[in-house]
Design a protein around this ligand. Structure first.
Ligand code: ADP
Ligand code: SR1
Ligand code: MG
Ligand code: MG
Ligand code: MG
Length: 424
């Protein structure tokens, strides 16, 4: 069985693993240079181990999954099939937006690892750049393109029902989804050993959330959507720690949570993480004495431009491929169909209106889980003064609660209204 051939690698073992495979070895350096290679374990995510090898011929990134959750340990077993999902989904994404995905050189199912392009500095995890105060002029454009192309091309608007159902079956990813259901849709709203928050400052806020019937109803409706609405192949963990950026490029990594789910989950997750960076900026400003006003403005602009750019690109793809998939076939929405053009415009408007509402609700869920649940964000955690941090977190929590409960069916009815309200 595959697990007999598995062994967990360390820096030394990774070097020998790569040196023994010519196609990988050549990317780092000639065979006689192996002794001079350097290897670092750089994994700062919650789940896996990531090694960077550098030598005279170049560099390589090796990501390995152990049979458990890294940040918890062996008490939380987790399927290593997540590496298959990651390698296959990186290929699906590369087929529609290769400029936003790292090239994968090898998937080894026995060893539960992938070897991929090393995104060398100046590439930096977006969350790290945002904490340092950076702004990325092309980020919104890139996020809009990534979201529109990956979500559209895997949807029933583009695919026939047989191809669509085949993909749903291929990417079930049950254990990873169960983890998400537990840590995002359940635990923050109940007393759970995994939960943490800035205490005692937020104790009363958390008690209020955990007895908030409207919040529990809304999160349960989102859990229902997550489980029973296979709408497109999602990345599944599209936060600011899942992308590496420069001023000119955006590369999305780490789709191990990918599955067929509601599009608003991916769109909402990235927008929520930008919103968390926005609410954290006050704390970094207080700590450094350096104004973050320009960054706050840019972050809200980025949220707005990502949604608007995504919406425009998704609709443009839909118009370009009108009639391609089984949802609105050519006989309904093709240019030659009676009323086809009118139907297409009405379908697109209704689709985006609904998607924005769900996106706003998911944004609220993602903000809340990062303040109350097991996995926090460095944007907040790196604010050393607990009172300052709690003030940022409380603002975020209240805004998150409004998003979760009301979505866009209230004062936050448009992306412009939403971003203006965040700043108020
Ligand atoms: P996890 O699944 O544990 O979250 P990630 O895939 O997010 O793991 O990777 C963890 C970290 O490893 C990233 O935050 C980044 O710093 C580094 N990393 C991952 N992939 C690459 C890559 N291709 N090039 C450079 N660094 C990478
Ligand atoms: C145990 S929860 C860990 C979290 O980190 C991953 O990146 C996902 O967001 C997951 O929910
Ligand atoms: Mg990660
Ligand atoms: Mg991951
Ligand atoms: Mg999240």
């Amino acid at each position: 069985a595959a697990h007999h051939r598995f062994r967990a690698l360390d820096c030394e073992a990774v070097k020998h693993y790569v040196a023994a495979r010519p196609a990988l070895q050549q990317r780092v350096g000639p065979a006689d240079s192996v002794e001079s290679w350097t290897v670092k374990e750089v994994g700062d995510g919650n789940i896996n181990f990531v090694f960077i090898l550098e030598g005279p011929g170049g560099a390589l990134c090796v990501k390995q999954a152990l049979p458990y959750v890294r940040c918890v340990g062996e008490s939380w077993p987790l399927t290593q099939d997540r590496v298959r999902i990651e390698s296959e989904v990186l290929a699906e994404e590369a087929a529609v937006c290769p400029q936003h995905v790292p090239a994968v050189y090898l998937y080894d199912s026995d060893m539960s690892l992938i070897a991929m392009r090393y995104l060398a500095p100046p590439f930096l995890i977006l969350r790290r750049g945002l904490i340092a105060g950076a702004m990325y002029p092309r980020l919104a454009e890139h996020l809009a393109a990534f979201l529109a192309s990956t979500l559209f091309h895997t949807s029933l608007i583009k695919l026939d029902a047989t191809a669509f159902r085949a993909k749903i079956a291929k990417y079930t990813n049950d254990e990873m989804c169960r983890l998400t259901e537990q840590v995002i849709f359940t635990e923050p709203y109940v007393k759970a050993d995994n939960n943490k928050w800035t205490s005692p400052q937020l104790d009363a806020d958390v008690a209020e959330l955990q007895s908030d019937v409207a919040a529990k109803l809304a999160i349960s409706q989102l859990k229902d959507l997550f489980i029973s609405r296979p709408q497109a192949l999602l990345h599944g963990d599209l936060h600011t720690g899942s992308m590496m950026v420069t001023d000119a490029e955006t590369v999305v990594i780490d789709p191990e949570f990918a599955f067929y789910g509601p599009m608003a989950f991916d769109v909402g997750k990235i927008l929520a993480n930008l919103l968390l960076a926005f609410f954290a900026a006050d704390g970094h400003e207080a700590a450094s004495g350096q104004s973050r006003q320009a960054q706050r403005d840019w972050l809200l602009g980025c949220i707005r431009d990502t949604w608007n750019g995504f919406s425009a690109s998704f609709r443009a793809l839909w118009t370009e491929h009108a009639g391609a998939g089984d949802l609105y076939p050519a006989a309904f929405a093709g240019a030659a169909a009676p009323g086809g053009t009118e139907l297409l415009a009405a379908a697109q408007a209704a689709f985006m209106d609904h998607l924005f509402h769900e996106t706003a609700q998911f944004m609220g869920a993602f903000v809340i889980r990062r303040l109350v649940g097991i996995a926090h964000v460095a944007d907040m955690d790196s604010i050393a003064d607990a009172d300052v941090r709690a003030a940022c977190e409380r603002r975020a929590l209240r805004f998150g609660r409004s998003l979760l409960v009301h979505g866009a069916r209230g004062p936050l009815h448009s992306i412009e209204a939403l971003t203006e309200a965040a700043a108020a």
